[in-house]
Write a protein that binds this ligand. Structure first.
Ligand code: ARG
Ligand code: ZN
Length: 526
């Protein structure tokens, strides 16, 4: 299963194929029936102790005229290119600027800090089109005459800053905005972008096995945006160092389900169209923002325990019982991980199962994306582990990806071993032998193409086991827990982790971890 040439996604695909999963038939090839206004309101109950979700009607603002009640917006209703504002020529040509990420230098933008995104998406699944508005609440961190957002494809119709029309221009994925009045350092501002079009996933060299972002397949729309693809469907500061809260409102033809991150605060049907409003109240990196649209059934399992996370999953309506049964492991997974890491970081968790094979899963915050080939205990454990390590604690640079994947892999391997009743040290010794046999290189200093490769996942996991064997369980789990606690809700990096290892286990432990992370050769012994 381990090979340089095989990213985990491929390994997972092979494993799933070996398990004989069959593809579920396409579920949505006909437009849903329209009917007179029927209003249903379904809301998530926030876990006890948190305030109840808002009950106000969803406010969805879109650029497009209201379609006929009951009609799905036709592609012709999207503004024709000639109706778009002429690109402004008053701005200097946009340089492809970014935050200087070492693998993705052009992602993200400086000068401001986003606090909140409100994304309103009016979706026409029949033609895979959106008519959308994103409002961003941000704070300027310096005086700004212009600033950039990241948006790939789509047509921008208007930009307003603090309610006043702003000039804008586009170059590649950079949307450059010149507010009518320049912004002063420390001032809060809002920027609204009205846009529409046919979102298309992009080719991200870090994910050679999948096009990143908004994807339509077999009647379903989903987003798999790690690392760069969220800019295929909303304008943002597209880098994990700028986390924010989100409210995502999705309008779809009645009969379809639209799901996203966090709690469902309202579901309202009028004139044959249903608006689902989702709220993510904890900071989230843009790459974890999710949209799922299809013929799904929601499975509610209530709170894990009083004050604990709400558990809800989504499966294709015609899923075989095995799929639903496979999800039943989730409470055990969360309980297992809470013992090591402390309370689950968010209000809610669940798995979103696609009606087809994906070959991978992705830890979209609070509602992980799985193919019907990846609804497997250890993969569920992996995505749940990411909610602590990857999501609550995000990497501050994409070259730090081992801090997501190595940690999640180590935790899923522990769960897998506990579930199977095998000896974990033996399992890790086998893994070590496989890593040596395959000559798997170090997880630090990877090139972009190895972002989701075995160095990051498996040598990353073995690194943690080597540390644990060196320090003993007590110190190791203290390190793990403290690592999470110190950066919960924010970001981290290898240097911070090594500083912690130094603090709790001393320089020899640091040297050991460094040799696992940086030396070309794999250490001979675990
Ligand atoms: N972070 C995911 C995981 O290991 C991998 C996602 C890779 N796929 C993608 N389309 N970005 O669980
Ligand atoms: Zn992962």
């Amino acid at each position: 299963m381990l090979s340089r040439a095989l990213p985990i996604a491929t390994a997972v695909a092979l494993l799933a194929a070996a398990c004989g999963d069959t593809a579920v038939d396409e579920v949505l090839d006909t437009a849903p029936a329209t009917s007179a206004a029927v209003t249903t309101t379904t809301q998530d109950t926030a876990p006890a102790t948190t305030e109840p979700p808002t009950t106000s009607a969803p406010t969805t603002t879109t650029a497009a005229e209201e379609p006929e009640p009951g009609a799905t917006p036709a592609p012709e209703e999207l503004p024709a290119p000639e109706e778009l504002p002429a690109p402004t020529t008053t701005l200097p040509p946009t340089e492809a600027e970014g935050l200087g990420d070492s693998l993705y230098p052009f992602l993200g933008n400086g000068g401001y800090d986003v606090l909140h995104y409100e994304i309103d998406l009016d979706v026409n699944p029949a033609v895979n089109a959106i008519s959308a508005s994103t409002t961003i609440e941000a704070v300027a961190v310096e005086d700004l005459e212009t600033f950039n957002l990241d948006l790939s494809g789509l047509q921008v119709h208007s930009v307003a800053v603090d309610g006043s029309a702003a000039e804008f221009s586009r170059s590649g994925h950079e949307l450059s905005i010149q507010p009518a009045n320049s912004l002063t350092a420390s001032s809060a501002f809002t920027v609204n972008v009205v846009y529409s079009g046919f979102p298309e996933p992009l080719d991200d060299p870090g994910v050679p096995f999948f096009r990143s972002g908004w994807t339509q397949r077999e009647g379903v729309i989903f987003t798999a945006s790690e690392p760069s693809g969220s800019m295929t469907w909303f304008p943002s500061n597209n880098h994990p160092t700028d986390k924010a809260t989100f409210e995502i409102a999705i309008v779809v033809p009645e009969g379809l389900v639209a799901a996203s991150n966090g709690l469902l605060t309202s579901e309202t049907t009028t004139g044959g169209r249903t608006t689902f409003v989702w709220r993510m109240d904890d900071p989230m990196a843009t790459y974890l923002a999710a949209v799922y649209i299809g013929d799904f059934e929601r499975i509610d399992s209530g709170l894990l325990y009083e004050g604990g996370p709400l558990l809800r999953d989504y499966v294709p309506s015609d899923s075989p019982p095995e799929v639903v049964d496979a999800l039943a492991v989730t409470p055990d997974v969360i309980t297992f991980l809470e013992e090591m890491l402390g309370p689950y970081p968010f209000d809610v968790y669940g798995t979103m199962v696609m009606p087809f094979e994906l070959g991978f899963a992705l830890e979209n915050q609070t509602l992980s994306l799985h193919g019907n080939d990846t609804v497997i205990s250890w993969i569920i454990a992996h995505e749940v582990a990411h909610q602590w390590l990857g999501n609550s604690v995000a990497p501050d640079d994409w070259s730090e990806i081992w801090m997501n994947e190595g940690f999640a892999t180590y935790l899923h391997l522990m769960f897998q071993s506990a579930e199977a009743g095998t000896d974990f040290n033996d399992d890790m010794a086998n893994l070590h032998a496989q890593l040596v046999g395959a000559g798997i290189g170090p997880p630090r200093g990877i090139v972009l193409e190895d972002l989701f490769g075995p160095s990051v996942y498996y040598r990353g996991a073995a690194t943690l086991h080597a540390l644990r064997l060196h320090t003993g369980d007590e110190t190791f789990f203290e390190i793990l827990r403290t690592h999470y606690d110190r950066s919960a809700g924010g970001t981290t990096n290898t240097a911070e982790f090594l500083a912690l290892v130094d603090e709790m286990a001393g320089l020899d432990a640091v040297d050991l971890v460094e040799s696992w992370l940086y030396d070309e050769a794999i250490p001979d012994a675990l």
